[in-house]
Design a binder for this molecule. Structure first.
Ligand code: ADP
Ligand code: MG
Length: 300
């Protein structure tokens, strides 16, 4: 079958691995730079064009960059209008990209997460600090990724000034209880089609509470508890993601979800777990297309 990987980086590890596996499994695979796609959205026969030709494919695997969510999800939506199967629906990608929206959806369905609070007006800072149990606490930019924009405020004074500074820049933030016992580590569960296919434990470098690999963290294989597995699977399902990286902190009272990634990278997880995650994704897409699964109807 024909598979298009929607990615701006054909040379990235994740994209290369999926291309390699798709070829090995006898598919016609192409990497489509979605940022260069054009779409005539008024056409009765919707299509996506790239470099003067129509993109013809049976399935798409979106790898939409965090800064490209708006245009990237529009391209995925166009493929949905064409009844092309997508590994992740456009709606689900949009939902998970907005940290606040995602956490609100997860909290409403009873998923455990660090106590989290938000406010808009600087006059309400004291109240949100109190709501999360006071300092130390974590302050996060809503649009941040890779650990940039995640700050640990150790004292009440520090928390006040960091929050005030972010607000001054008109940045949207959330304030979160600091899970000290996680010890600068978190676990990622890689979910494909409602199952955890691989997992890893990431540990930040000495003196760093953020475990992001981009911040110098290191990853090892992790055995997840049944509760961690079910939390990860449920979180992906609530957001509507069929391929997802679910990040959890190990707290004294069980797993706490921090975020759910719709384009989780493959390098760290494959290296740490030894699992061929790319193959799991390609096989999932294959099964769905062979079963005649079309894309989800657009719900607006
Ligand atoms: P990003 O999207 O930038 O990766 P995260 O919310 O995943 O932001 O936070 C980055 C890292 O910071 C996490 O992987 C985790 O190690 C650490 N961290 C985030 N929130 C908390 C918290 N509430 N308590 C303790 N550590 C946290
Ligand atoms: Mg993260």
């Amino acid at each position: 079958m024909r598979i298009a990987i929607l990615s701006r980086y054909p040379g990235s590890y994740s994209t290369r691995r999926m291309v390699e596996v798709a070829k090995r499994r006898d598919h016609e695979v192409e990497v489509v730079d979605y940022s260069r796609c054009t779409m005539n959205i008024t056409s009765r026969r919707p299509e996506v064009r790239l470099s003067g030709r129509t993109v013809e494919t049976d399935a798409v695997i979106p790898r939409i960059g965090a800064s490209q969510t708006f245009y990237g999800t529009a391209v995925v939506r166009q493929f949905e209008a064409m009844d092309v199967f997508t590994a992740n629906p456009s709606q689900a990608i949009a939902r998970s990209r907005d940290k606040l929206r995602a956490l609100q959806l997860l909290a409403a369905r009873g998923i455990g997460m660090p106590v989290t609070s938000i406010a808009r007006n600087p006059e309400d800072i004291a109240e949100v600090i109190e709501q999360v149990g006071g300092a130390p606490l974590v302050i996060k930019l809503l649009e941040g990724t890779q650990g940039i924009g995640v700050v640990l405020a150790e004292t009440h004074k520090a928390a006040e000034s960091v929050i005030a500074a972010f607000r001054q820049l008109d940045a949207n933030i959330l304030v979160q209880e600091f899970i000290k016992e996680a010890g600068g580590a978190d676990v990622r569960a890689f979910v494909v089609d409602g199952k955890v296919v691989a997992s890893m434990l990431r540990q930040g470098p000495e003196g760093e509470f953020r475990s992001n690999l981009h911040r110098g963290g290191s990853a090892v294989q992790a055995k997840l508890t049944p509760e961690e597995r079910s939390t990860a699977v449920r979180s992906a399902k609530i957001l509507g993601l069929r391929v997802a990286g679910v990040d959890m902190l190990r707290s004294n009272h069980g797993p706490l979800v921090m975020e759910v990634n719709s384009s989780p990278g493959l390098q760290g997880i494959e290296t740490a777990s030894g699992v061929d995650v790319a193959e799991r994704i390609i096989r999932f897409v294959e099964e769905q297309v062979l079963q005649g699964r079309k894309s989800d109807r657009i719900e607006g």
